[in-house]
Design a protein around this ligand. Structure first.
Ligand code: CO8
Length: 259
């Protein structure tokens, strides 16, 4: 498939999706979301994809949804846009493989909301984060009020959403928006190194951990712990559990096969 706004590569277990709309700081329109959805579907179905990286360029991951598109929009347009972005983001959040958002430059509005759907986020030192929707007379509509509050806490998310100010990479690290911050020139390599580490882990256990963590966010503590217990027990039906424990006892590195 040919993409207008996406660069997509797949090699050695690693899929890489780059948003590519540099004239508009990678602002997200309907077609960008649709292309992201197509790539996520491919990665979901492809057994040779172990980890998915989502990135932009050095200036922007994405400076939000396309304001030109929304400026004259009505309620129906807003519903259609958010129906689409919600569907795409849910699919990304639920993909049963690790996802890493690799973030340089502006990561704003719908861009930040997209990054929040990934499992891990690495920021470059030049990255800035924000939900500036309030300054446009709207609120975050791509899950920002929910996912950011769950990630960094209600008080901190409320401040970011009410004020609509940008926070720099170091502060984003302190807030817990990103897992780590690295120099811009090291960003891609650090992301690939992290991906390689994840690819050496047992994929079924990774998937199980992801499901337990994500589903647990919408459960009570007791229910979440019960779900974790069941997922834990099921892993004893995998060859990777036998291999992991045998390798420990035999003092060697495990070799996981995803079975
Ligand atoms: N939409 C459309 N065009 C944009 C956007 C955007 N979000 N961001 C930047 N651009 C365009 C600019 O208009 C400019 O185009 P042109 O060269 O034709 O004038 C080009 O990109 C470069 O931008 P600037 O000249 O403004 O670059 P600066 O370095 O001066 O400023 C900023 C960079 C600070 C990032 C500035 O561009 C900015 O404030 N952008 C808007 C940020 C914003 O408000 N984002 C939130 C948008 S609303 C949103 O995301 C709602 C999500 C809703 C849910 C998801 C459903 C889709």
């Amino acid at each position: 498939m040919d993409y207008q706004y996406i660069l997509f590569t797949k090699e050695e277990g690693l899929a890489r999706l780059q948003i590519n709309r540099p004239q508009k700081l990678n602002a997200l329109n309907m077609d960008v979301y649709r292309e992201i959805e197509a790539v996520v579907a491919i990665c979901e179905a492809a057994p040779d994809v172990k980890v998915l990286l989502i990135t932009g360029d050095n200036k922007a991951f994405a400076a939000g949804a396309d304001i030109d598109l929304m400026a004259d929009g009505d309620i129906v347009m807003a519903q259609e846009l958010t129906d689409l972005s919600r569907r795409v983001q849910e699919r990304l959040a639920d993909i049963p493989k690790p996802t890493i958002a690799v973030l340089a430059g502006y990561c704003l509005g719908g861009g930040l909301e997209l990054a929040l759907c990934c499992d891990l986020r690495i920021g470059a030192e030049n990255a800035v984060f924000g939900l500036p929707e309030i300054n446009l007379g709207i609120i975050p509509g791509g899950g920002g009020t929910q996912r950011l509050a769950r990630l960094i806490g209600v008080a901190r998310a409320t401040e970011m959403i009410f004020l609509g100010e940008m926070v720099k990479a170091e502060e984003a690290l302190h807030l817990g928006i990103v897992n780590r911050v690295v120099p811009l020139e090291r960003l891609e390599e650090e992301a690939r190194e992290l991906a390689r580490k994840l690819m050496a882990k047992p994929p079924i256990a990774l998937r199980s951990a992801k499901t337990a963590i994500r589903n647990g966010l919408s459960m009570g503590l007791k229910e979440g712990i019960r779900a974790e217990q069941d997922a834990f027990a099921l892993l004893f039906g995998t060859k990777d559990q036998k291999e992991g424990m045998a390798a420990f006892i035999e003092k060697r590195k495990p070799k996981f096969i995803g079975r």
